[in-house]
Design a protein around this ligand. Structure first.
Ligand code: T46
Length: 132
């Protein structure tokens, strides 16, 4: 799908403990300007329901799991984030909804820009129009 890439973070350690690293141009194709995280979300609540115009993000679950339903205006795909070394890179306008949260789920987001409400497309029909 256009605008997304699955990432696998370098991981070190053994049965005594693991450490994952997100570093370098290959894994992080932008400078981080903001970090936010989402937690205590009810299992079936649907978050997101928007696209970003320019924002680049890396999303991952350091704890727990959830499903991202992604839509580039042509196709839909579900990506399950269920391990701390697995990330999702989203670049540009991809409609996203996320749900099916485990009770312990924490969604971490590394973002290329500071918060800017004008970068959000919060109406699905507007998203389709902007993609055309
Ligand atoms: C995204 C998904 C994965 C701020 O004031 N500053 C911030 O940096 C952010 C991210 C949000 N907010 C405020 C705006 C809303 O009043 O926090 C409230 C909840 O935000 P929102 O409804 O957009 O939350 P989600 O979980 O639907 O979406 C968030 C991000 O907004 C979005 O960038 O891609 O997580």
């Amino acid at each position: 799908m256009q605008g997304i890439k699955l990432l696998s973070f370098s991981t070190f350690g053994d049965e005594n403990g693991l450490l994952s690293v997100i570093e370098g141009a290959e894994k992080l194709p932008f400078e981080i300007k903001r970090v936010y995280y989402i937690y205590n979300t009810k299992k079936d609540f649907i978050r997101g329901k928007h696209a970003h115009r320019k924002l680049q993000q890396i999303l991952f679950c350091p704890k727990g799991s959830c499903d991202f339903i992604l839509d580039d205006g042509r196709e839909r795909q579900t990506v399950r984030l269920d391990r701390p070394d697995k990330g999702l890179y989203i670049c540009g306008p991809v409609w996203r909804e996320f749900t099916n949260f485990s009770p312990d789920c924490v969604v971490m987001v590394l973002a290329s820009e500071k918060y800017d409400e004008t970068d959000y497309i919060r109406d699905y029909e507007d998203f389709l129009k902007e993609k055309r």
